[in-house]
Design a protein around this ligand. Sequence first.
Ligand SMILES: Nc1ncnc2c1ncn2[C@@H]1O[C@H](COP(=O)(O)OP(=O)(O)O)[C@@H](O)[C@H]1O
Ligand SMILES: [Mg+2]
Length: 268
Amino acid sequence: MAIARLARQDAAPVVELRGVHKRFGQLLVLRGIDLALESGKTTVIIGESGSGKSVILKHIVRLLKPDRGEVYHRGQRIDHLPERKLAKLRSGFGFLFQLNALFDSLTVGQNVSFPLIEHLRMKRKKAAEVAEEKLTMVGLPGIQGKWPAELSGGQKKRVALARSIAVNPQVILYDEPTTGLDPPRADVINELIRKLQRELGVTSVVVTHDMASARKVADRILMLYGGQFIYDGTSESIMHAVDPRVRRFVEGLAAEDDLASLSAGGGR
Ligand SMILES: Nc1ncnc2c1ncn2[C@@H]1O[C@H](COP(=O)(O)OP(=O)(O)O)[C@@H](O)[C@H]1O
Ligand SMILES: [Mg+2]
């Protein structure tokens, strides 16, 4: 019995969403999302601002609960778990979310070792060693004594990434990791996403509206539109997509209704 169950867990996707619906008041954001993450792969979700990309990530770690549908981690249903069981479940995930700023009153090293001491109850000295190792991994060796205020935006992102991999997560969720960075700095982040996949074998989900970043890191790209996925394919094939909604996004053009509202609304 137990062996059969383990075998089933092994074959199950790392994370799976089935028929997930979510609404906020009148706004129906997700209208039946099916998504299975393959182990060790990087899945990229693209879509315009406000399309529900962050909402999907939040369902993966139960920061949000679906109105309808189910969420599974390695075959285990998690969407209906009580709050007290969620901390352990979330500890297997690394997040690089838009709002996970560094603590300004802690040094870089203390920021990175924070989850180790706080959540894993690791001894300070050991945690500091791990922090040093993770900072080296993101290309910032020896900066543990600096303060966040001394760093550039790109460096802060990398420190936040070092912090999110400190606990050795099996899955990393990136929410708009390149937003606000100039192209060379954004590319450093893209390279890091690939490096972590290669060296740590992690399963990743990257949410972005940066098409160049999506193409660079994706094993698979999905496009969210109107609460559903309207595209699912490789970063090569998306360049040849025929759906005009996908094409507009790939080519970086504004949607027709946005253009219409511009000409109607004048100089807003
Ligand atoms: N907790 C919430 N309460 C109400 N509305 C929300 C909440 N979270 C997200 N939304 C709305 O859902 C839509 C999708 O949000 P989001 O997933 O953040 O978009 P994005 O694709 O830019 O990440 C937006 O209109 C947003 O305002
Ligand atoms: Mg978002």
